[in-house]
Design a protein around this ligand. Structure first.
Ligand code: GLC
Length: 537
C-alpha cells in the first residue's frame, strides 16, 4: 500500500500575508500577525500554510516581484520572526510552504540592476536580452499577460528584455547555468531552514524557445494575449529535466512537497509536470476556479482530473486564491452561505489535497472598488473590462471592531464593509455558520481515513444537478451527496448500494434523520454519509 504523507492527508491554507493580521499598526499584515493566529488555524484544523511571498519586494506586483530570495521584507518582519513562525507552526503540526517566484525577478533585484548596466556585464545573461528588429521593432510577437508587448526597450544598452508580466518583472534566462545554480541554491537555503515545501509560481513559463520564434496566432480570444497560441513563450521541453533536478534535491530532505502553478493550464498540461520524479502536484484551475455553479461541470472536471492524472500523482483541488474572484461571489451565494457550504463539502471530500484561501472559511465576498481605489496594476490597465485582483485580497475579517480587527491603522486595502456581520468572531458563536461547517468538515476528514485516502467512485444513480460520489477504503466507505439546486432531491440509497448508511455531517442544522431506502437531500444541502457495511455498488 502507498505511503500516505502529510500532504496526502492534509489541508493547505493559503495566507496572503499583507492581508491576514497586522500587529505593528502599519496597515499591512506581518509575520507576527500570522504567529498570533496559529492557534486559530490549529483549531480550524488545517495542516499547512502556503505563504504568499514575504521576500523583499518593491511591490509592483505585491510580492510577486522579488528583490532578494533569501531575506524577509521588513514590512513583514525579520528573519528571526520567520524562524519563530516556523518553530511555532511546527509545534502545532502546521507545515510551512514557501511561494517561490523564479520565472522573473523584480527590476530592483541586484542581478537586474547589474544586467542592464552594459551588454558585457557579468549578469547580462541572467535575463533575456535581444536586439531589436532592423526597423527597431521588438524581436518577436510575444506579449505580456498583464497587457502590451512582452518586450521592453532599454535605451542605455539598445536592446529589449523580455517580461511575461509587468515590465518591472524581467524574466530570468533559465538557459544560463549560473541562473539554474543560483535558483537551486535558493531551494537549498529554505530547505535547510526547515520549510516543508514550495509553491512554484508560473513554473511552466521558465523556459522560452531558444530560437525566439513568433507565437502562432488564433482568431478568438478576449484579450490580445489570448489571441496567441503560447507555443514558444512557455511550456518548453527543457522544463522536464529541470523539474527532475528539483525533485532530486527535495528528495534529499524528508517529506518535502512541491506544487506548481501551471501557467495557462489545462488538466492535460498540468498532469504532464507531475509524477514520482517531477512535481508532487500541479494546479489546474479549470472549472473549479473559473467555472459555474453546476453539478455537471464539476462532475466532468473531477472525472477528467482523475483520469488525466491516472495514478501518477495525487490530485489537488482549490476554489480560491489571490488571483481570482472569491468563490462565494463567483457562485452568487446568498448571505446564508448555502452554496459555500456545498462547495466546501466538495473541496474537502474529493480525493486529493484541498487548498483553502484565507477568509474562505467565513465566506468572504469579493471587495468592490472604484477606479480611483484600485491598486492592482492589472486592474488599472484593463479597467473597466477587468477590475484586477484587489477584490480577493481585502483584509481578513476577524471581528466587528474597527478595521475588522485586522489592524489598528487604516489597512492597505479597505476592509469589505460587510465585516460588521461577516467575521470570524461572529461565526464562531453561530452554530450553523460556514466557519463551524468548515471546522466540522476538517475534523470529519481527520476522523475518517476514507475521506482522506479512499479511492473515488462516482455514483451511478444521481438526480439532476446534484453530485454523488463515494470514497472507499477496504475498511471504510463514505458517500458524499451534494445538491447544487434549491429544489429537494431524492437519493436512491438502495440503487447506489448505500442502504446501510448514516449521515455523519450535513450542511443543514437539522438534516433529514428519518430515511431508509431513500434520503431526501434538501435544496443546497451537502451531506456526508458513512456506510456501515462495505456495500458500495
Ligand atoms: C502568478 C501569481 C500572480 C502573479 C504572477 C506573476 O500567477 O499567482 O499573483 O501576479 O504569477 O508573478
Amino acid at each position: 500500500m502507498k505511503d500516505f504523507l502529510w500532504w496526502h492527508d492534509g489541508v493547505i491554507y493559503q495566507i496572503y500575508p499583507r492581508s491576514f493580521m497586522d500587529t505593528n499598526g502599519d496597515g499591512i499584515g506581518d509575520l507576527e500577525g500570522i504567529i498570533s493566529k496559529l492557534d486559530y488555524l490549529q483549531d480550524l484544523g488545517v495542516d499547512a500554510i502556503w505563504l504568499s511571498p514575504v521576500y523583499p519586494s518593491p511591490d509592483v506586483d505585491f510580492g510577486y516581484d522579488v528583490a532578494d530570495y533569501r531575506a524577509i521584507d521588513p514590512k513583514f518582519g525579520s528573519m528571526r520572526d520567520f524562524d519563530k513562525l516556523l518553530v511555532q507552526a511546527h509545534k502545532r503540526n502546521i507545515h510551512i510552504i514557501m511561494d517561490l517566484v523564479l520565472n522573473h525577478t523584480s527590476d530592483q533585484h541586484p542581478w537586474f540592476q547589474e544586467s542592464k548596466k552594459s551588454r558585457d556585464n557579468k549578469y547580462r545573461d541572467y535575463y533575456i536580452w535581444k536586439d531589436p528588429k532592423p526597423n527597431g521593432a521588438p524581436p518577436n510577437n510575444w506579449l505580456s499577460i498583464f497587457g502590451g508587448s512582452g518586450w521592453e526597450f532599454d535605451q542605455g544598452t539598445g536592446q529589449y528584455y523580455f517580461h511575461h508580466f509587468f515590465k518591472e518583472q524581467p524574466d530570468l534566462n533559465w538557459r544560463n547555468p549560473e541562473v539554474r545554480k543560483e535558483m537551486l541554491d535558493v531551494f537549498r537555503f529554505w530547505l535547510e531552514k526547515g520549510v516543508d515545501g514550495f509553491r512554484l509560481d508560473v513554473f511552466s513559463a521558465y523556459f522560452k524557445d531558444a530560437e525566439f520564434r513568433d507565437d502562432p496566432k488564433k482568431w478568438v480570444g478576449l484579450r490580445k494575449y489570448d489571441r496567441l497560441i503560447h507555443e514558444y513563450d512557455a511550456d518548453r521541453p527543457e522544463m522536464i529535466p529541470l523539474l527532475k533536478e528539483i525533485r532530486v534535491l527535495l528528495n534529499g530532505y524528508p517529506e518535502r512537497y512541491v506544487v506548481g502553478e501551471t501557467f495557462m493550464a489545462t488538466f492535460e498540461k498540468a498532469a504532464l509536470y507531475c509524477g514520482d520524479d517531477l512535481l508532487h502536484a500541479a494546479f489546474s484551475f479549470e472549472d473549479f476556479i473559473n467555472g459555474h455553479w453546476q453539478a455537471a461541470k464539476f462532475r466532468k472536471a473531477i472525472k477528467t482530473w482523475e483520469k488525466t492524472l491516472e495514478d501518477k500523482c495525487w490530485p489537488n483541488y482549490v476554489l480560491n486564491n489571490h488571483d481570482v474572484k472569491r468563490s462565494a461571489t463567483r457562485y452568487r451565494d446568498d448571505e446564508n452561505d448555502e452554496r459555500s457550504k456545498v462547495a466546501a463539502a466538495m473541496l474537502l471530500t474529493l480525493r486529493g489535497t484541498p487548498f483553502m484561501y484565507y477568509g474562505e472559511e467565513i465566506g468572504m465576498r469579493e471587495g468592490k472598488f472604484k477606479k480611483s481605489e484600485i491598486l492592482d496594476p492589472v486592474g488599472i490597465f484593463y479597467w473597466p473590462f477587468y477590475k484586477g485582483r484587489d477584490g480577493c485580497r481585502t483584509p481578513m475579517q476577524w471581528n466587528a471592531s474597527e478595521n475588522a480587527g485586522f489592524s489598528s491603522a487604516a489597512p492597505w486595502l479597505p476592509v469589505n464593509p460587510d465585516y460588521v456581520k461577516r467575521n470570524v468572531e461572529e461565526q464562531m458563536r453561530e452554530e450553523g455558520s460556514l466557519f463551524n461547517f468548515y471546522k466540522k468538515l476538517l475534523k470529519l476528514r481527520k476522523d475518517h481515513p476514507a475521506l482522506m485516502r479512499g479511492d473515488l467512485e462516482m455514483a451511478t444513480v444521481v438526480p439532476g444537478n446534484s453530485l454523488i460520489y463515494f470514497r472507499c477504503l477496504p475498511e471504510e466507505q463514505a458517500m458524499i451527496a451534494l445538491n447544487f439546486s434549491s429544489e429537494p432531491k431524492k437519493i436512491d440509497l438502495v440503487k447506489n448500494g448505500a442502504a446501510n448508511c448514516e449521515v455523519a455531517l450535513s450542511s443543514k442544522l437539522k438534516p433529514n434523520r428519518n430515511y431508509d431506502e431513500q434520503y431526501v437531500l434538501d435544496g443546497n444541502e451537502a451531506a456526508i454519509f458513512i456506510l456501515k457495511s462495505s456495500a458500495v455498488a
